[in-house]
Design a protein around this ligand. Structure first.
Ligand code: UDX
Ligand code: ADP
Length: 465
């Protein structure tokens, strides 16, 4: 008999923890879900009376929060209390790539996970099921187990791996109708307890159970395969530009092959997001650790291709603008790493901006959801130039037409739908001539904009010779 869960605690109220727990609370009214975080400001935002002010922008999320919050969904900074009361604890803290020491720039930094484990071990007075939700390198569960069992108060901890497959921008739909829920573990009772939670709304055939290591490795593998598809089509985008082919036509043609399938074949200025790069670097690091040089090199190439794509987009802007962008105004449409999210982690826009700022460009950014302070924080984090210089060279505006006013060029970095609906005649009138558009998402109607008078560059679309 598996244990029936009545109280869940989730440590980490971010892009993963917040939406996942909101949906669990909505779908399982008998379970009390408390999401805790050490960041008091973030918790206050989750508790804001105005549900539109919650810290994660995700279509449909504020409605779910409005429905469940205060009933069986709570956001709190009282981490110890929530751990103590819960039978099941999800760990959804951030696991960034290490920025120091061994594995710098490659391995996942597990210090936040370890702190959580130590905290759980210190506080727990009765048996707990601990669920790793954050993306983690393979064999993290083992580390968790070792900390929990050696520092705990003699209570029993069952550790499960339950990787997240939701994509930002569609998180709520992904949670409602997951292709699969994956649960890895070695205790059948603990696995069943978590299966029962998801079974509130996910059909049983979509809940897969495996051993812990398979589950952990599946997450890295899924992201590596998805990122590899994007890098593959991006590699072809450059060849298409040279040969006069159109990468979108190529993608459509190959996507009809059922073995290949149509998704994740959209050429872009480069993939971003908190997972792809981090997970591949992790995979590469693990492969290297086991001496598997060829395996490591193979996957590393996906990242190298992505870096190249961002770089060549920026280089192309410079060379097209007569080999100099110094003092020229470039309007960025979009800063988020994809549409329908306010997340900017690893966004291609950051790196394209950084290259252009090295060439002394002046950048004006408009993004419908990303606030000014986040844009500056992203640039400052790179440490390429002083914070003062970043603020001198980059302006953030709330009106797209203000961004393009007297600009030499517009660069589309995120595929927000609203960009397509803009009055491009008006934009043309307000820009300097010749007016260049660099469409890094193949979002805009190239022929229509050329008709207006724009000089168009669309990623992956060559000029027919
Ligand atoms: C990803 C995985 O999809 C998800 O399963 C996992 O849990 C977390 O990582 P996410 O990073 O939110 O999700 O977004 P995703 O839709 O995968 O896009 C990642 C990046 O690839 C974005 O920058 C996106 O613009 C880019 N991309 C995606 C393309 O450039 N072309 C495509 O065809 C698809
Ligand atoms: P993700 O995309 O994985 O959800 P985020 O960075 O959005 O990542 O969220 C992770 C959250 O975890 C942050 O809000 C951070 O403050 C929180 N966090 C990190 N360490 C701890 C900890 N030891 N206790 C509680 N919360 C933590």
């Amino acid at each position: 008999m598996s244990k029936k869960i009545s109280k869940i605690c989730c440590i980490g109220a971010g892009y993963v923890g917040g939406p996942t727990m909101a949906v669990i609370a909505q779908k399982c009214p008998d379970i009390e879900v408390t999401v805790v975080d050490i960041n008091a400001q973030r918790i206050a935002a989750w508790n804001d009376k105005d549900v539109n002010k919650i810290p994660v922008y995700e279509p449909g999320l504020s409605e779910v929060v409005a429905e469940a919050r205060g009933k069986n969904l709570f956001f709190s900074t009282e981490v110890d209390k929530a751990i103590d009361e819960a039978e099941m604890i999800f760990i959804s803290v951030n696991t960034p790539t290490k920025t120091y020491g061994k594995g710098k720039g490659m391995a996942a930094d597990l210090k936040y996970i370890e702190l959580c484990a130590r905290q759980i071990a210190r506080v727990a007075k009765n048996d707990k099921i601990v669920v790793e939700k954050s993306t983690l390198p393979v064999r993290t569960a083992e580390a968790l187990k070792s900390i929990l069992h050696n520092t705990g108060n003699g209570v029993n901890f069952d550790i499960l791996s339950n990787p997240e497959f939701l994509a930002e921008g569609t998180a709520i739909q992904d949670l409602y109708k997951p292709d699969r829920v994956l649960i890895g573990g070695d205790s059948p009772e603990a696995i069943q307890a978590l299966v029962d939670v998801y079974a509130c709304w996910v059909p049983n055939e979509n809940i897969l159970t495996t051993n812990v290591w398979s589950s952990e490795l599946s997450k890295l593998t899924a992201n590596a395969f998805l990122a590899q598809r994007v890098s593959s089509i991006n590699a072809l985008s450059e060849l298409c530009e040279k040969t006069g082919a159109d990468v979108n036509e190529v993608a459509r043609a190959i996507g009809t092959d059922s073995r290949i399938g149509p998704k994740f074949l959209k050429a872009s200025v480069g993939f971003g997001g908190s997972c792809f790069q981090k997970d591949i670097l992790n995979l590469v690091y693990i492969a290297k650790t086991y001496g598997l040089t060829e395996v490591a090199d193979y996957w590393e190439q996906v990242i190298l291709m992505n870096d190249h794509q961002k770089r060549r987009f920026a280089d192309n802007i410079v060379s097209t603008l007569y080999n100099t962008v110094s003092g020229k105004k470039i309007a960025f449409l979009g800063w988020a790493f994809k549409k329908d999210t306010n997340d900017t982690r690893e966004s291609a826009a950051i790196y394209v901006a950084d290259h252009l700022l090295n060439e002394q460009a002046e950048i004006v950014v408009y993004d419908p959801k990303v606030p000014e302070e986040q844009i500056y924080a992203d640039l400052d984090y790179l440490n390429t130039r002083s914070e003062k210089e970043n603020r001198n060279l980059v302006t953030v505006v709330n009106d797209p037409y203000e961004a393009v006013n007297e600009a030499h060029a517009v660069a589309v970095l995120t595929e927000w739908d609203e960009f397509k609906a803009y009055d491009w005649q008006k934009i043309y009138r307000e820009m300097l001539k010749p007016s260049f558009v660099f469409d890094g998402r193949a979002l805009l109607d190239k022929e229509q904009l050329k008709g207006i008078g724009f000089e168009m560059y669309t990623i992956g679309v060559g000029e027919e010779q």
